[in-house]
Ligand binder design. Structure first.
Ligand code: C6P
Length: 412
């Protein structure tokens, strides 16, 4: 088992922990600049998955036999690790979901359907991923509530004065992203929460692009709900987290019915289990949860503050170099950004940028990034997006710059 080193930030050692970073793509070394879509897994996480599947697999919370008890202990142990990672007060405030999308849908359903009604207003921001728009629209269709949107400026910075004006006696919920996946803007979520709480309005923070890149403390933020995905933070797909304050989770209705979320069932009446199990119907993604625990250990060993500092420096370097290329425009120039560099090249469709870079082994995402309203506001149909993790290097940024030059030559 390898463990990445901390000080000084030893990116070469870290890269050795990720077997995939050693592979070739289209005859060139892989340069993976798509971690915002899904990050790579270090060997320790892969090993933990294999260990569980090989020697420990059993269902949780169901068996008196040893394997089931071991699996339950490991699974519940990850709940504690998540609680520690995000500074939550209690383990029972951590709900395992399939990912951020499911976590937001759970709140829109479990909270929204009980506590929001006709004419009530939900404030979102102009920077949201579709996962933090569509569940609220579905709720509004059914319940007659209304979505209001905090606008942003040309840099991708939210207009906080407009937010203050949007907040009113009809506001019943605020749901905003911590970090924009399309532009990289870091939103002032602490201030957004503080202002909402002055009016007693609960706030959900979509932390999908924040949790992998910075230290998050839900109690310091005073977030009511906080959501993120395992596969963007060196864990596997199929596992995500909903944090919710216990008093809110307790008054919410369960979303799905079935095993684990019940205390007793008869044809006349079902009694629900306590939180968080009330929201975990059916057999959960046990292997993915246990591997997420290994990913959290791995990130904690490096240190989220060290990761944030390293990535900040890398993003500044990439911004300077890519921004200096004639004909290239960076989309999203907020002063506070994390891990994401979106750009367009004059006269070249972003999909062509992505395809040509791929020929050189460079993986970027091209398209609307599941954030079509962001694209519309920025006046572009799509962008190419390089997104960084702590295993990326300046040399990879240089390769991206060279790749962009190739794109420009081809489209000459
Ligand atoms: N963004 C991207 O390439 P899931 O798919 O449930 O793990 O995460 C959804 C999601 C929610 N909010 C934000 C801010 C996100 O960035 C994402 C996922 C990926 O940007 C895939 S579209």
């Amino acid at each position: 088992m390898t463990t990445a080193l901390q000080t000084p930030f030893d990116v070469a050692a870290i890269r050795r922990d990720f077997p995939i970073l050693g592979r070739q793509v289209n005859g060139s070394p892989l340069i993976f600049l798509d971690s915002a879509a899904s990050s790579q897994m270090p060997q320790v996480v892969i090993d933990r998955l294999v260990q569980y599947q090989t020697h420990e697999h059993a269902n949780v919370h169901r068996g008196v036999h040893t394997l089931s008890q071991e699996a339950t202990t490991a699974y519940e142990g990850v709940r504690r690790k998540v609680r520690e990672l995000i500074g939550a007060k209690e383990d029972r405030e951590i709900v395992f979901t399939r990912g951020t999308t499911e976590a937001i849908n759970l709140v829109a359903h479990g909270y929204g359907r009980s506590f929001l009604g006709a004419g009530d207003e939900i404030i979102l921001s102009a920077l949201e991923h579709h996962a933090n728009i569509v569940p609220w629209q579905m709720l509004c269709e059914d319940k007659g509530c209304v979505i209001r949107v905090i606008p942003m400026d040309d840099r991708g910075v939210l207009d906080m004065d407009a937010y203050r004006e949007l907040l009113n006696e009809r506001t019943k919920f605020v749901s905003v992203t911590h970090v924009s996946n399309a532009l990289g803007t870091v939103n002032p979520v602490g201030e957004i929460i503080r202002l909402a709480h002055e009016r007693g309005v609960p706030v959900l923070v979509d932390g999908a692009q924040a949790a992998p890149h910075m230290r998050v403390n839900v109690q310091e933020l005073d977030a009511d709900f906080y959501t993120f995905s395992g596969h963007k933070m060196c864990g596997p797909t199929g596992i995500g987290i909903l944090y919710g304050k216990a008093e809110l989770l307790e008054k919410m209705k369960p979303w799905q019915g079935g095993g684990d979320m019940i205390l007793s069932v008869s044809f006349e009446k079902t009694t629900y289990n306590a939180i968080p199990h009330k929201f975990e119907a059916g057999t959960p993604p046990i292997a993915a949860a246990i591997a997420l625990g290994a990913a959290i250990d791995y990130l904690q060993a490096i240190g989220l503050d060290a990761i944030a500092a390293y990535e900040h420096e890398l993003l500044a370097y990439a911004t300077e170099r890519v921004g200096a290329i004639p004909g290239v425009t960076i989309i999203g120039t907020a002063p506070e950004k994390a891990a994401v560099l979106s750009f367009v090249i004059d006269g070249v469709h972003p999909h062509d940028i992505g395809t040509i870079l791929d020929q050189e082994g460079i993986a970027v995402r091209a398209g609307h990034h599941c954030a079509q309203p962001v694209m519309k506001r920025m006046g572009v149909p799509a962008t190419a997006r390089a997104s960084f993790a702590f295993y990326n290097t300046r040399a990879e940024v240089d390769a991206l710059v060279a790749g962009i030059s190739t794109v420009k030559e081809i489209f000459g």
